[in-house]
Structures are given as structure tokens and as C-alpha cells.
Design a binder for this molecule. Structure first.
Ligand code: NAD
Length: 485
């Protein structure tokens, strides 16, 4: 595998191709604010080419025995694992995240995604329904055709592989579009796919912007399945584009996740877990707990210790092994964070930690985008800062008096992606989990994932579920065959 290339290309029909329009975008390294490579600025013509390749590959690929498709995916997983260091470095440069996080979370998770779906397809069961004494029915679950897979910048390979692996495992062919802000690991995955011998056209990657490439994918009549992860505003556009064509759509969108600490929690664990859930990847994880609620009797102790621990996080060059907090993905996102911190103050909030851009950690990062862990107290639950997704290292902390009140606070939000509850009272944990309207509720933990469980959001955090059986079903079409006796 080559080292990080200065210019990446699309991957269509097993070939690395220049975009037809020969246009490129600069790929900026968040830690330096400078371009470090170029990414194709593709358009509809490139998507058309990818559709032709995916269409051509579908028959052979979908007719391969599951065990054979499985072997390709396992080979891809092994090769990513072999290149863990190269992937981790590329991911860190591309996204601004600490290399240690890329190495321990993003890349291993991409490996796990390929392995999980490679083996899941070997253990599926079929349903049969006997209709009294007159017929029996069985259900075929067949691949749907060409899947369009669109992903965001925060966990680029992790999220794209979470879509590619199930889509192709069950026999679809795929056209993937990574975020134009973080395309590098998707490019490297294509090199791996080629080395693994994945048949041409099974996986195609078209790089470019949302309005050009993403919209061309969602509008294409031959792409009948769309799996999208990104912001809620974009998700709405995707839904609008897909509705008239009756596409099957899965939308994994934004979050404003509550993190609830009861006074009976093991505070050491709750504080360590909350600092992680607040600031991992500079707060740029859709599952980050950005609204922290603490039972009043523990509030002061929690806030003091939380701030103490958060202030120890080392902001640094993402490529430095000791860095805990790397760079924000781009200037737009940095400006958005600043906007919300200003807004929080106008709404009466008190900045108790952080609050303005950090000093660059070294000369190399002089023009990078850095923002420190920021804690805001004293806000009303109903204010904008507490309702809108910031997607940065900014949390609010609010006291509550009882269970009923905090459940109301948690649910007083348009989003419903994930939540955490910290308590040692088992009955309370069950009671609260049942009443919070989020797709995942973690109890005494955060970001623990079993790939078999359904994953997704409620309300404006999305439609549909990914993961395990849900993904295998999403990417297949059930067909009932009814046989008279
Ligand atoms: P985004 O919505 O701006 O972009 C996501 C992807 O959609 C990108 O590839 C982009 O190019 C593409 N896109 C943009 N416009 C499009 C259009 N009109 N049609 C089709 N595609 C289009 O999101 P982002 O800023 O890259 O990512 C951050 C957001 O993603 C946050 O809101 C975060 O919460 C969310 N997210 C959700 C999950 C989840 O699992 N629910 C996971 C990670 C991130």
C-alpha cells in the first residue's frame, strides 16, 4: 500500500479514476489548517459511471455463495488490520483526532464491522409459516441491488464500513460517498479491496460534495437503497429526494444526548465516564453526552471533580501519542462552536471551563483549529444551547431534584439518539431507561457496543436502525413464496 497520496481518485469498477470533470477540492488537515492532499470534486457523470459498474457486477456477486462473499470481507478485515498504523495515521491527519483514538477505536472498529457481517451472513435463519392445512409460506431475503452509502466526517472509516460491510455481505453492490472533508481512509479501503481481490464493481467510491455527489446518489433511479449518516438538516434533504422514488432509506442523524448522574452513582466511575462521553474526539461523536444532569445533592462535588478531570485532558498535535484532545474538523465547525459558546453566555450561562479557542499546541499546528473542553452551567433546560446540536467539546451541566424531573429534562429535546444513566439502584436504572426516548440507553457506561444490537435514533435523530439483524434486513428485500398443499 502506498503512503498518503497527494491526490486521491475515485474507485469505480475496480479502477482508480480521475473525476470526469477533472476538478478537485483541497483536503485540509485540521491540525494545521493547510491542504495536505486533494480529493475529486466529482459530479453526476461519475455517479452514473459507478452505477453502470455496480449494475454490471450485481448478478455475479449476488449469486455467489455466502461463504465466498464472506471470505472477501474477512480478507478485507485482515488487510486493514495489517495496515492499522497507516490507517490510524491517515485518519488522524484527515480528521484531527488523536492518533491514539484512531488506533484504538476507529480502525479496529472498521475491522470488526467487516468481520461481524462476514460471519453474520453464515448464520442467518429463514422463516416458514404454515397456513393451517392448505399451504406453507417461506420467506426469501434477497439483495436489493445497488446501495448508496453516504457518511459524515467524524468517524469516517468506522461509519462507512458499518454500511459497506452489511450491504455487500448480503449480495448488493455499493456506491459509497465519504465526507469530502475526510476522504482518505475510504480511499485506502479501496486499495485494500483491490488487494483482497473483491470483484470489480462490487464496491465503488465516488468522492465529492454533498450537493454534487450525495444528491446524485439519492436521486439516481437505479440506486434503490440509501443508508445515510449525517446531520438532521441534510437527512431531511435525503428523505425528500428519496420519497418520490420510494427508495428504502435509513437515516442516522444528529443528537443532543442526555447524561444523567444520580447521587447514588459510583461518582468516580461516573465522572471518568462522563468526561469521556463529553469530550471524546473533541465532542464530535454523535453519541457524546452533551447535556449533563446531576442530582442536586451531588451536583457541586460532581462539577468540581468533573472540571478538574476535564482540565487535565492534554490538547495537542493529533499525531502526538500523548494527545487527548486533537483538532476540530474545520473552520466552519470551529466557528459554530464559538457561536454556541457566545449564545450560551447571552442565554445566562456561566463558562466554568474553557470557552475560547486554545493556543496552538506547537509550531506545526500554528494555524490549526483547536478548542478546549468547555463546561457551561446555569442554563435553563429549554434554552437553545441545550436544544441544538453543537458537535464540539462543549457540555452544559444542570442540577435536578428527582427522577421524574430529570426524565422530563432528558426528553425535552427534538433529538433522541442516545443517553447515559449513572446509578447503583438497579430498579431505578430499569425504570429510567424505559422512559427515556432515545434509541440507546447506557447504564453505568458509554459507547459500549455489541454489533448485534439495533442501533439508531428516535425523533429527529433518525429513521430506521442499523446493526446486526436490522442491517441484514435493511439491505435485503423479503419475498414470500406461498405454496398450496
Ligand atoms: P452532513 O449532514 O453535513 O454530511 C453528511 C454526508 O452527507 C456528507 O458525506 C455530505 O457530503 C453529504 N451530503 C451533504 N449534502 C447532501 C445532500 N444534499 N444529499 C446527499 N448527501 C449530502 O454531516 P456532517 O457534518 O458530515 O456530520 C456531522 C453530523 O452527523 C452530526 O449531526 C452528527 O450528529 C451526525 N452523525 C450521526 C451519527 C449517527 O449514527 N446518528 C453518526 C455520526 C454523525
Amino acid at each position: 500500500m502506498t503512503e498518503i497520496p497527494a491526490r486521491i481518485r475515485n474507485f469505480i469498477d475496480g479502477q482508480f479514476l480521475e473525476p470526469i470533470g477533472s476538478k478537485y477540492l483541497d483536503n485540509i488537515e485540521p491540525a494545521t489548517g493547510k491542504p495536505y492532499s486533494q480529493v475529486p470534486d466529482s459530479d453526476t457523470r461519475d455517479v452514473d459511471l459507478a452505477v453502470a459498474a455496480a449494475e454490471k457486477a450485481f448478478h455475479d456477486w449476488s449469486n455467489k455463495p455466502a461463504a465466498e462473499r464472506s471470505r472477501f470481507l474477512l480478507r478485507i478485515a485482515d488487510l486493514i488490520e495489517r495496515d492499522l498504523e497507516k490507517f490510524s495515521r491517515a485518519e488522524s491527519i484527515d480528521t484531527g483526532k488523536p492518533i491514539s483514538l484512531a488506533r484504538t477505536l476507529d480502525i479496529p472498529r472498521a475491522v470488526a464491522n467487516f468481520r461481524f457481517f462476514a460471519t453474520a451472513i453464515l448464520h442467518t435463519e429463514s422463516e416458514a409459516h404454515i397456513t393451517d392445512n392448505v399451504a406453507f409460506n417461506y420467506t426469501l431475503r434477497q439483495p436489493r441491488g445497488i446501495a448508496g452509502l453516504i457518511s459524515p466526517w467524524n468517524l469516517p472509516l468506522y461509519l462507512l464500513s458499518w454500511k459497506i460491510a452489511p450491504a455487500i455481505a448480503v449480495g448488493n453492490t455499493a456506491i459509497a460517498k465519504p465526507s469530502e472533508l475526510t476522504p482518505m481512509t475510504a480511499y485506502m479501503l479501496c486499495e485494500i479491496a483491490r488487494e483482497a481481490g473483491l470483484p470489480n464493481g462490487v464496491l465503488n467510491v465516488v468522492h465529492g460534495t454533498g450537493p454534487n455527489v450525495g444528491a446524485a446518489i439519492t436521486a439516481h433511479p437505479k440506486i434503490n437503497t440509501i443508508s445515510f449518516t449525517g446531520g438532521t438538516v441534510t437527512g431531511r434533504k435525503v428523505a425528500e429526494a428519496c420519497a418520490p422514488l420510494f427508495k428504502k432509506v435509513s437515516l442516522e442523524l444528529g443528537g443532543k444526548n442526555p447524561n444523567i448522574i444520580f447521587a447514588d452513582a459510583d461518582l468516580d466511575t461516573a465522572i471518568a465516564g462522563s468526561v469521556r462521553s463529553s469530550f471524546a474526539n473533541q465532542g464530535q461523536v454523535c453519541l457524546c453526552g452533551s447535556r449533563v444532569f446531576v442530582e442536586r445533592s451531588a451536583y457541586k462535588d460532581f462539577v468540581d471533580r468533573f472540571i478538574d478531570k476535564a482540565s487535565q485532558l492534554k490538547i495537542g498535535d493529533p499525531l502526538d501519542e500523548k494527545t487527548d484532545q486533537g483538532a476540530i474538523v474545520n473552520k466552519t465547525q470551529l466557528d459554530k462552536i464559538k457561536f454556541y459558546v457566545d449564545l450560551a453566555q447571552k442565554e445566562g450561562g456561566k463558562i466554568t471551563l474553557g470557552g475560547s479557542p486554545s493556543r496552538p499546541p506547537n509550531e506545526r499546528c500554528r494555524e490549526g483549529y483547536f478548542f478546549p473542553p468547555t463546561v457551561i452551567t446555569g442554563l435553563l433546560v429549554s434554552c437553545r444551547t441545550n436544544r441544538e446540536e453543537i458537535f464540539g467539546p462543549v457540555v452544559t451541566i444542570t442540577p435536578f431534584d428527582n427522577e421524574e424531573e430529570v426524565i422530563a429534562y432528558a426528553n425535552d429535546c427534538d433529538y433522541g439518539l442516545a443517553s447515559s444513566v449513572w446509578t447503583q439502584n438497579l430498579s431505578r436504572a430499569h425504570r429510567v431507561a424505559e422512559q427515556i426516548n432515545t434509541g440507546t440507553v447506557w447504564v453505568n457506561c458509554w459507547l459500549l457496543r455489541d454489533l448485534r444490537v439495533p442501533f439508531g435514533g428516535m425523533k429527529q435523530s433518525g429513521v430506521g436502525r442499523e446493526g446486526g439483524e436490522e442491517a441484514l434486513r435493511f439491505f435485503t428485500e423479503p419475498k414470500n413464496v406461498c405454496i398450496a398443499k
